[in-house]
Design a binder for this molecule. Structure first.
Ligand code: 1GP
Length: 253
């Protein structure tokens, strides 16, 4: 089954998913990855995302190889630019940064990437990517040269997501940015959730099980955890327990 199809199915069933984000720039060597991958396999993580807003290393292929040697879940590229297309992954979030007004990230990079992607077997997942302000400037806001949506402008975020869905985007990803001071508020997640039907991905600053459960309760279908696991990989067990309990409670209903 295609990843997009499975995300839609899980959404219809009310089930939640979890993705671990690996930033190749923060992995000095591949053995460093193995403990995290072991936990990911034990804890039934659904997806591994690979990407970052500023990748300066060229170890993407090696990292994906290590992931695939250790775990079986799909590897999804979460690219900061067209330079980050790696055909050995399973899928790519084909992002348009719809919260910003930088034409290069709305359509420019995509024009360059499209013919490259056509020559790969990657599943292309059209995704409306939205940055939400979260305190101090994040790398992604700086590098993308866009202004995140203010964190209290709920209807602006909701209508941006709705426009993305009407344009045919199949996923909406709201992101506070990696290592955000504050994750996206429940009120904001809820406002975006209520505006759209497509699966909603939420990430940025989710570094405790409580924050994870709040994001799920507010309407996230898939939560992305990156930064926090670099410091304490064991957090993954606690967060994935929450997701597991949630999904079990759905089954019980
Ligand atoms: C960043 O949404 C992702 O783009 C994950 O954020 O690294 O803060 O978990 P963290």
């Amino acid at each position: 089954m295609k990843i997009l199809e499975s995300l839609n199915l899980r959404r219809r069933e009310g089930k939640k998913s979890i993705a671990v984000l690996i930033d190749p720039d923060k992995v000095e060597n591949t053995p460093q990855l193995e403990p995290l991958l072991r936990l990911a396999a034990e804890d039934c993580v659904d997806y591994i995302f690979v990407g970052g807003s500023l990748i300066t290393t060229s170890n993407m292929a090696t990292i994906i190889k290590t992931i695939k040697e250790n775990v079986s879940m799909p590897v999804v590229l979460f690219p900061g630019s067209t330079l980050q297309i790696e055909p050995t992954a399973d899928a790519i979030l084909f992002l348009s940064l719809i919260s910003g007004r930088n034409p290069d990230l709305l359509i420019g990079q995509q024009v360059i990437a499209a013919p490259i992607l056509r020559g790969t077997k990657l599943e292309v997942m059209p995704t409306g990517y939205m940055l939400i302000n979260s305190g101090k400037t994040t790398s992604v806001a700086y590098v993308s040269n866009t202004t995140p949506i203010p964190e209290d402008k709920y209807s602006l975020a909701a209508t941006t997501a709705l426009a993305g869905e009407m344009l045919g985007l199949k996923l909406i990803y709201i992101d506070a940015g990696s290592g955000a001071e504050r994750p996206i508020s429940e009120k904001m997640i809820n406002a975006v959730r209520n505006a759209i039907d497509v699966p909603l991905i939420v990430g940025g600053g989710i570094n405790t099980p409580q924050k994870a459960i709040k994001a799920l309760e507010a309407g996230a279908d898939l939560i992305v955890i990156g930064n926090a696991l670099e410091k304490s990989p064991e957090l993954l067990t606690e967060i994935s327990d929450e997701v597991y309990n949630w999904n079990q409670s759905i089954k019980a209903k």
